[in-house]
Ligand binder design. Sequence first.
Ligand SMILES: Cc1cc2nc3c(=O)[nH]c(=O)nc-3n(C[C@H](O)[C@H](O)[C@H](O)COP(=O)(O)OP(=O)(O)OC[C@H]3O[C@@H](n4cnc5c(N)ncnc54)[C@H](O)[C@@H]3O)c2cc1C
Length: 329
Amino acid sequence: MARVKHESRWYPLESEESVLDGLLRQGVAVPNACRAGACQSCLMRALSGEIPEAARVGLKDTLRTQGYFLACVCKPVAGTELEVAGADALRVPARIDSLTLLSASVLRVRLSTDAPFDYRAGQYVSLLRADGLARSYSLASLPREGLLELHVRLIPGGAMSGWLAREARVGDTVAVQGPAGSCFYVPGHPEQPLLLAGTGTGLAPLHGIVRDALESGHTGPIWLFHGARTPEGLYLMDALRELAARHSGFHYRPCVLTGGSRDVAEGALDVLIRAECPRPVGFRAWLCGDSGMVLSLRKKLFLSGLSLKDLHADAFLPSAPRVEPVGAR
Ligand SMILES: Cc1cc2nc3c(=O)[nH]c(=O)nc-3n(C[C@H](O)[C@H](O)[C@H](O)COP(=O)(O)OP(=O)(O)OC[C@H]3O[C@@H](n4cnc5c(N)ncnc54)[C@H](O)[C@@H]3O)c2cc1C
C-alpha cells in the first residue's frame, strides 16, 4: 500500500488508486476537473518521495524540477511514501472585469490580475472559484491587451459555466493557475501556411493565435475553420470577417451541420477543410474544442501529409464525475 502525507496527516491509497482519488475519497479538498491528465487543475507538489513519470507528462520543465505532478494520474507503487502540498504558489488572484454574452450559449469572461500574468495567446488556464471549483479555459486574449479573456460555453447544469452565467458578478475574486499547453504561435517560417480548426468555444484559443500570427507579421496563408451544429453556435463572425477584410492572406470559413447559408458552409468540418486545403503538406496546424473532433481531425491531417511536429491540439475534455468522500456514499 502507498501512503500520502498532506498537511501533517497520512492518507493510505488503495491499490491502483490515484493520489487525487485517494485524497478526495478521504475528504481532502483538491481542485480537479478532467481527471485524465489533460486540464492540469489538480497540480500538486511532491515535497518528498518518488513520483511516477506518467504523472509528469506534459508539464513544463520548470514545474517538473520543482516537484509538481498531476495528482489525477499519479499512482505510486506499493510501499511509496509521498509528502505532498497544493499548488497555491502557482495561483494568481484575479478579478472579474466583465461578463458579456457573445451568443446565446457563449459567455465572454474578462479577468484582470494584480500581478503580471505571463502567457502565450492560445494557452489555457485553470479558473478557480473561491470554494476550489476548478475548470480549464483557453485564453482568447493577447498578452499585450493586459487582461485575460475566456470564452465559456454555457452548459445546462454546468457548475462553473452556470455560476459564471447566473451568480458571478463584475468585481468578484477568482484565481487563475497556469498557463499550460502548447497551442500557441511561435514566430519563424513566416511564409508557412497555417491551418486552424475548432468547434464551439474551440474558437477562443484560435482567435488569439490568429491575431498573434498576423501581428507577428506572418505572410503565408492562414485558414481558420470554425464549426458548429447550427448557425446559433457560431460567434465572433463580424470580427473575423473584418479581420479577413484587412488581411488578404487570412481566410475565415465558418461551417455548420445544418442551416448553412450563402456565407456559412453546410457540412462536416473535415470535409470543408479537405475541400479548401486538400494537401496540407508543410502546413502548421492548431485544433481545439470537442475532444472527438480534435482526435479525428488530427489523425486525418496527419494521414494527408501534415507532420506531427507541426500539429498542436487542445481537446476540451469535460470534467469527470465527482468522487464522494468515504461516508458520503
Ligand atoms: C485544456 C482544456 C481547455 C478548455 N477550454 C475551454 C474553453 O476555452 N471554453 C470552454 O467553454 N470550455 C473549455 N474547456 C472545458 C471546460 O474546462 C469545462 O469542462 C466546461 O466548461 C464545463 O464545465 P462546467 O463546470 O460548466 O460543467 P460541468 O459541471 O463540468 O459539467 C456538467 C455536465 O455537463 C457535461 N459536460 C461538460 N462539458 C461538456 C461538453 N463539452 N459536452 C457535453 N457535455 C458536457 C459533464 O460531463 C456533466 O455531466 C476546456 C477543457 C480543457 C481540458
